[in-house]
Write a protein that binds this ligand. Structure first.
Ligand code: TYD
Length: 206
């Protein structure tokens, strides 16, 4: 089972991931939690290039290719082996982030970005994608209030960019109703956790 969590910065997806992984483990499931970009040493090295605030002149297509390269390495070294061993993989961001950020917000086109990602992943799509949807104004104000999280190059984009990210995610959810579930993340953390948990229970059939 391959579950991905998507949504903007400040939507609470990482906290929800920790709680859900914990609950699944208590029920006896073998779970791995991972994140993109990154998840393995090579992929983390690529992450550092992409998110470095100094790299202001990183070209949008180069950015999309780096995300796809890091994704492939992550699949090979971590995700595919875990799925093969029957584990539940919970991944904080995956290919849909590239479609929303690079395809939508950076205007590279969702179809173009999908095609390089199909090459990178050999068509590996999640069984379930939870989209934590929240207005970017609220998400961004939550990050600013959280002094523990370092601000990265993508966070520094203007509000319009984050609005396009949201719009693209919502379109993707509409077009892929069999694997996408939209969760209203403008609720208390407890409520968001319960909504996500219900979807996972449904998918796992208990
Ligand atoms: P990260 O610090 O992991 O952010 P978050 O806590 O919001 O998940 O940074 C990842 C950033 O990279 C985030 O701004 C989204 C962006 N991103 C893309 O633009 N394309 C991608 O394919 C992925 C995986 C992430």
């Amino acid at each position: 089972m391959f579950i991905t969590l998507e949504g903007p910065e400040g939507s609470g997806k990482t906290t929800v991931s920790n709680i859900i992984a914990n609950r699944l483990e208590k029920l006896g499931y073998k779970v791995i939690q991972t994140r993109e970009p990154g998840g393995t040493p090579i992929a983390e090295a690529i992450r550092n290039i992409i998110l470095d605030k100094k790299n202001t002149n990183l070209d949008p297509r180069a950015e999309a290719l780096l995300y796809a390269a890091s994704r492939r390495q992550h699949l090979i070294e971590k995700i595919w082996p875990a799925i093969h061993e029957g584990k539940i993989v919970i991944c904080d961001r995956y290919l849909d982030s590239s479609l929303a950020y690079q395809g939508g917000a950076r205007n590279l086109g969702v179809d173009n970005v999908l095609s390089i990602n199909m090459f990178a992943t050999e068509g590996t799509l999640p069984d379930l994608t939870l989209l934590f949807d929240i207005a970017p104004e609220i998400g961004l104000s939550r990050i600013n209030a959280n002094s523990n999280r370092e601000v990265n190059r993508l966070d520094l984009e203007k509000l319009d960019f984050h609005k396009k990210v949201r719009e693209t995610f919502l379109n993707l959810a509409k077009q892929n109703p069999n694997r996408y579930v939209v969760i209203n993340a403008d609720n208390t953390l407890e409520e968001v956790v319960e909504m996500a948990w219900n979807e996972i229970k449904k998918k796992l059939g208990f």
